[in-house]
Structure formats: structure tokens, C-alpha cells
Design a protein around this ligand. Structure first.
Ligand code: KMH
Ligand code: ZN
Length: 307
């Protein structure tokens, strides 16, 4: 039986509280959401934190730690911490979670890009919190910075703490960035790639583009890598289903889409995880357990984290 690693990206830094009443914000809400997603079949949870009062993306280490500890007391799910952070954070702030928690897995953004969320603003008449409109609007003039220097430094930190980088690829040129980092001895194989489609500024979420990214990665990096896909917005599940058919892994979650069907807001992350599990089962693919995901990805183990 083949296995799929399902990742739940619990809250992210793209959506804001006005967009849905179901966006988890406090450490308790985040931990509850992780545990629900785990019970639904997720082996990995991708973690961002937010200010508990306003829902604004945060880099406060005590929030990350609280979530990590609350989750660990309940289940053995793999936690993948963001080093993408939120759109206004410095690179130093973004990477600080790695030395602090020494996690098994952390996101690693493989290039700079325009990260446009400003087109969402006109969809809302009034925002619940003051920060939201400006946070989204300022992305019209914003580049998400992941220079070669930043990438070299993030790699060094992750290497020091035995944290595996999950390589976020938003466009095909980033595959070449990864190839360079490997060639330069900065990144070590075996690699784990997350193809992120559908961000305004990155590659659109189509079957052809996913296939192109996958082929480009094989050409540049060889066959021996593990990969997963996530897509922003309405393409989320279609891209996940395509990845299942291609033998890849799948990320869902409220970070990427707020919906669980046409016009239907997801009430929690688990709803989206359940949908992937259903499709996988029809294809005779089983969701990997957290322990199986650790083996597939070659992670150091939950006994070696610092939380
Ligand atoms: N926060 C976004 C700018 C990551 O977690 O590394 C990108 C992001 C990717 O969420
Ligand atoms: Zn993220």
C-alpha cells in the first residue's frame, strides 16, 4: 500500500480574521486545530503563530513554544515551523524559532518573490482589526526576501540543529536555486520539496504547471527527492488530488484556503484533511502516520527537539 504524507498548514500569515470566523489564533486554538487534523489523518502540522488578541502574524517565541508543548502533550505529530513568518518580519526574526525549538522540520523559502495579497482588499467592506487592511494592501509594493545570503544563513542554522528544511518552491527558477545550494554544498540531499502554487507573484495552480515543476525538479536534482504540493485558494484540493495521482504528498489547511467546498467556509483544518484522506483511499493510498512520515523524510525524531 502506498502512503501519503498529509500536512495541515494550520493558520499561516496570509489570511486575516475578517475573512473567516474559523481562523485559529490563540495557542490553545492552534493546538486544538493541530490535534483535530492529526486525528483526521495529518502526519505533519505546519505552524505559524498570531497575536492572541488581534490575530496579527507574530514571531514571538513564547507563542511558538506554547503551541509546540501543548501539541506534544497530546500527540506525536511532526511539527514543521515556519521560517517564512509574516510579511513584515525581518529574516532574523523569521529564523529564530529554529535554535529556540530545534524542531524536526522547518519551512525554507527557496527564493524571493512578489507576494501579492492586496487584490483581496476590495472583497471586504470593513475589517475587524486595524492592522488587516494595511497588511494586505502593502503587498502591492512588497518582495518576500529570500536572497542567496539569507538562504545560506538559514541552511547553516538548520544544519546546526538537525532541522530538515522543507523547501518551498513558488516558481520554476527556485528549482535552480535549490540545485545551486546543493552544488555549493550548502544544502544536503535527500531533499524535501513543497511546491506552492497559486500565489500572486508565483506560478499559477494548474495541472500543467505542477507537472512542469516536478519534471524541472527531476531534471535539476535527480529523482531522489520527496515532494508535496499545496495551492492557494480554490485550486487547493484539485492540486492535492493531482499530487496523489502523481505519487506526491499533499498539504492542505487554512493557511492556503479557507474553503472546504464551493462557497463553503471550512470550519476547521480537519475538514480539509478528511477530504484528502477520502480521495487517497479511493486511490488505494493510505495516510502516513507521523512515525512513517519521520522515516520517509529522514527526520531526527521527536526525542531530539527542544520543546
Ligand atoms: N508567510 C508567507 C510569506 C512559510 O511558512 O515558510 C509565506 C509562508 C511560507 O507562509
Ligand atoms: Zn507557512
Amino acid at each position: 500500500m502506498s502512503r501519503v504524507i498529509i500536512t495541515a498548514a494550520i493558520t499561516g500569515a496570509i489570511h486575516t480574521p475578517t475573512m473567516t470566523p474559523y481562523l485559529p489564533v490563540t495557542p490553545d486554538q492552534l493546538a486544538d486545530e493541530v490535534y483535530r487534523a492529526y486525528n483526521a489523518g495529518a502526519a505533519v502540522a505546519h505552524i505559524h503563530v498570531r497575536d492572541p488578541k488581534t490575530g496579527q502574524p507574530s514571531s514571538r517565541l513564547e507563542l511558538f513554544r506554547e503551541v509546540a508543548m501543548k501539541v506534544k502533550s497530546r500527540c506525536n505529530i511532526v511539527l514543521c515551523f515556519t521560517t517564512g513568518g509574516g510579511l513584515t518580519m525581518s529574516t532574523r526574526e523569521r529564523v529564530a524559532v529554529v535554535p529556540e525549538l530545534q524542531p524536526e522540520l522547518a519551512s525554507f523559502n527557496t527564493g524571493s518573490l512578489n507576494f501579492g495579497l492586496f487584490y483581496l482588499v476590495p472583497q471586504y467592506e470593513k475589517f475587524k482589526y486595524e492592522w488587516e487592511e494595511n497588511y494586505l494592501q502593502m503587498t502591492e509594493d512588497y518582495i518576500f526576501p529570500n536572497t542567496f545570503k539569507t538562504m545560506r544563513e538559514f541552511c547553516a542554522v538548520m544544519k546546526e540543529y538537525g532541522t530538515k528544511p522543507e523547501l518551498e518552491v513558488y516558481d520554476s527558477g527556485m528549482v535552480n536555486n535549490i540545485a545551486y545550494l546543493v552544488k555549493a554544498g550548502i544544502l544536503t540531499k535527500p531533499l524535501y520539496i513543497q511546491f506552492v502554487l497559486g500565489i500572486l507573484g508565483g506560478i499559477p495552480a494548474t495541472v500543467r504547471n505542477l507537472s512542469f515543476l516536478h519534471e524541472s525538479a527531476k531534471e535539476a536534482l535527480g529523482d531522489n527527492f520527496t515532494w508535496s504540493v499545496c495551492a492557494a485558494g480554490r485550486a487547493q484540493l484539485a492540486m492535492g488530488a493531482t499530487a496523489l495521482a502523481m505519487g506526491g504528498n499533499v498539504r492542505v489547511g487554512l493557511e492556503d484556503s479557507l474553503y472546504a467546498g464551493r462557497g463553503q467556509l471550512a470550519k476547521n483544518n480537519a475538514e480539509q484533511v478528511e477530504k484528502v484522506v477520502q480521495i487517497a483511499k479511493v486511490l488505494s493510498i493510505e495516510p502516513a502516520t507521523a512515525e512513517e512520515a519521520r522515516q520517509i523524510l529522514g527526520l531526527k525524531g521527536i526525542d531530539k527537539v527542544n520543546y
